[in-house]
Design a protein around this ligand. Structure first.
Ligand code: CP
Length: 307
């Protein structure tokens, strides 16, 4: 059966932890100088972008190449998709050429249609609802920095967006406690939260959603934030700035967190907005490891889907 990765819980907890182990091994191997592998020799992986990207585009392209496959970067503006060809027809055609397709898009339903109508694995490289590949790298980073996941406490400050959704679901799967502290009216999606809570009932993870930013950061092992206005919300940036200001990840938040708390941000960052320069560039920041881990985690993912 063709497997897809549209949301984090397309993997079960055991698969997710095994994938992180594999990502760690791939990272160690690369650090020792072994970059080129041939696991996916002769395969072609399409990478379709309907939104801009730096990390996702480059980390996936390098991951595919280093696994021995050919990466084919596509833009919907350059495909007939951008002139009205249906998503279903695009899925059927691309399935005849490619071995897998990563997609960065808007509605989650576009990914679901590609998965339903095509015959190759579809990977969510970010949708409005979820950013599961980011969550893989986040878990890998938290585990390598703190020594574990279960029982650690992550506080996400800001918008209950796709990144927050995937953190909630990923944390719930592996027993990582996740608190999302958000301004009124900007909380996570209820259905995603319900799904995360169902997983937490099995793992024992404690999940909470609150507008109390001070209470949320107290004692946290991981502080995480993302931009206040995601791609497509640029018009709302000024209105959001006032509401989100108390949720900034800064020295006050770090002072209230655990002494050895780490700072994460999926990037791109806006210093002085959702995160202070001192927090992102300071000694507790692990954001560059986090960005690097996209490469290793996505290699492990591609091998799990195609290997
Ligand atoms: N974090 C992330 O997905 O970065 P890009 O938008 O640059 O891919």
């Amino acid at each position: 059966m063709t497997r897809h990765f549209l949301t984090v819980d397309d993997l079960d907890a055991a698969e997710l932890l095994a994938l992180l182990d594999h990502a760690d091994a791939l990272k160690a191997e690369r650090a020792q100088g072994r970059r080129q592998r041939d696991d996916l020799a002769g395969r072609t992986v399409g990478l379709l972008f309907e939104k801009p990207s730096t990390r996702t585009r480059v980390s996936f392209e390098v991951a595919v190449a280093e696994l021995g496959a050919h990466p084919l970067v596509l833009s919907s503006a350059e495909l007939q998709l951008g002139r009205g060809e249906t998503v279903g027809d695009t899925a059927r055609v691309l399935s005849r050429y490619l071995d897998a397709l990563g997609v960065r898009t808007f509605a989650q339903s576009r990914l679901e249609t590609l998965a339903a109508e095509g015959t190759i694995p579809i990977v969510n490289m970010l949708s409005d609802l979820a950013h599961p590949c980011q969550a893989l790298a986040d878990l890998q980073t938290i585990r390598e920095a703190t020594g574990g996941l279960a029982g650690r406490r992550l506080t996400y400050l800001g918008d209950g967006n796709n990144v927050a959704h995937s953190l909630l679901v990923a944390g719930a799967l592996v027993g990582l406690d996740v608190t999302v502290a958000h301004p009124e009216g900007h909380g996570p999606d209820r259905d995603v939260l319900a799904r995360a809570r169902a997983h937490a009932a099995t793992s024992g993870a404690e999940l909470s959603v609150t507008t109390d930013h001070l209470g949320a950061v107290a004692g946290a092992d991981v502080l995480y934030t993302d931009v206040w206005a995601s791609m497509g919300q640029e018009d709302e940036a000024d209105a959001r700035a006032a509401a989100f200001a108390p949720y900034r990840l800064d020295g006050d938040a770090l002072a209230a967190a655990a002494e050895d708390a780490i700072v994460l941000h999926c990037l791109p960052a806006h210093r002085g907005e959702e995160i202070s320069a001192a927090a992102i560039d300071g000694p507790q920041s692990r954001v560059w490891d986090q960005a690097e881990n996209r490469l290793h985690a996505q290699k492990a993912l591609l091998l799990a889907l195609l290997g």
